[in-house]
Design a protein. Sequence first.
Length: 578
Amino acid sequence: MSGTHEVTLILTLAGGLSAALVLGFITQKLHLSPLVGYLLAGVLVGPHSPGFVADAATAAQCAEIGVILLMFGVGLHFHLKDLLAVRNIAVAGAVAQIGLTTVASMGILSLFGFSLLAGAVFGMSVSVASTVVLTRVLSDNHALHTRTGHVALGWLVVEDLFTILLLVLLPAVLTPEGGVSGGGFWSALGLTLLKLAALSVFTLLVGQKLIPLFLGYVARTGTRDLFTLAVIALALGIAVAAALFFDASMALGAFLAGMVVGQSDFSARAAAEALPLRDAFAVLFFVSVGMLFDPAALLSDWPLMLATLGIIIVVKPLAALLMTTLFRKPLRLSLSVAVALGQIGEFSFILAAMGISHGLFGPEVNNAIIPAAMISITLNPLLYRRIDGAVRWLERHGPAWLSRSPLPRLSAEAVGAGGTVEENEPHRVVVVGYGPVGRNLCRILRDSGITPVVVENNIDTVRKLRADGKPAVHGDAAQAEVLREAGLERAEALLLTTPSIPAREVTPIARSVNSGIRILANTAFLSEARALRKLGVAEVFSGEREVALAMSEFLLHDLGATDAHAQSELQRLREELE
């Protein structure tokens, strides 16, 4: 079609997202992970299938944006104290797992005629798990913000740091002929460590002062669009700066930026604003992976593909399980982390491409890694759902040393949301709005021994409440992420205290977070009150109704009506206003 080159981005987005929607819906109906559908969508719109072909370069760039936004979101929830809390197991475990997987890969690939150096680079490429897959699997199983999630994410951060070192060091030490150069190793290592240290100091120390200040100015404008733009610009801007000025991955830069914002008063609102865009671009990551798959390659490279798959879903998880067990971690945590890491992703393709460009191996490695990645990504969510059954079986039939300390079930309640909300607070009540009504309701609750959590759009109000030691969350109550941050999943009641709150919008979202929540709402109009009752709001207080009753009572007494007549008229009016 004429001018097609001018709309490549639009065609790629339309084709990729449409195919992902259809196939994701079908796989969901088949009780499979939608990720399977997204990968198949990539095969469908890729260059190795007939019909429409999406632009691979454009899809890859969109996928990179998805990874950046996803890592930013992970950073929002993964505070520095959480990383430090798991540093022993995450650092030692990840390094040992990479080493064991690499050694095993060297041995296995030697059977296919590869050199030990080629096997080492190959092993390091398949040692690194996918950020997108791991976070999606943990999130879908409500494990992202549990002890298991923190260990797995800390492990992943160490893998990312290790990969960054490789991406800088390998070009310095490898020759184009596939050998090792004599010099440059230590200087490249020192320069890389220096740049990573500078990035961390700049982002975590300088950014900790400037970013909240910047977001505060934007939030005070009261314009939601500007705040959304500010969050996206920060995530992308710091990610790009990390790559341009520090030679780090954009994913790591986005993660550090998210950590800084997550420690501020804007964490819940920033997460809510970034989530929709993040999810859309994350889908394109899976589509772009599927586009790389050439089904015809399986005819010649299937033995190497099966060996690669075995390394990914057997050797690597066993290495992780061994390390977590040696650290005397409970069985459920050990098995959960091991299974979650049993897949590969974006960095694996980059490292494999680097090995090809330096002559260590040929394109047959790509033809093996890509389908193995697709299969591992497909199997990973399915295997993760079988962990409970595996733990029960191992506790009954496995060796005693393996099941000596079974891990109690963990939920999102097990880990705090950055210290904003106290966990296990009895009779938790979430109060939306801190105007005159909200303030008085909170006072009554506190006097009754109940600590309410306030959700408020005014950042100055939130900061004052927190300074007074009162839990408060900054953000829009019409966003599920904000309600979760306020602890609505464990709440007994939600109070919508001002008519300005879009109660008809908030109510179904609140129900999706906590289906049994009791909702009380303040609304200005009777028509709104009737609609809210149909949505299941327990009590609705309408300004029109209360004004009508108060004025009628005053008028009846002013006209000299008896008490009995006045009460009769008021009761009739109440029935009419219901």
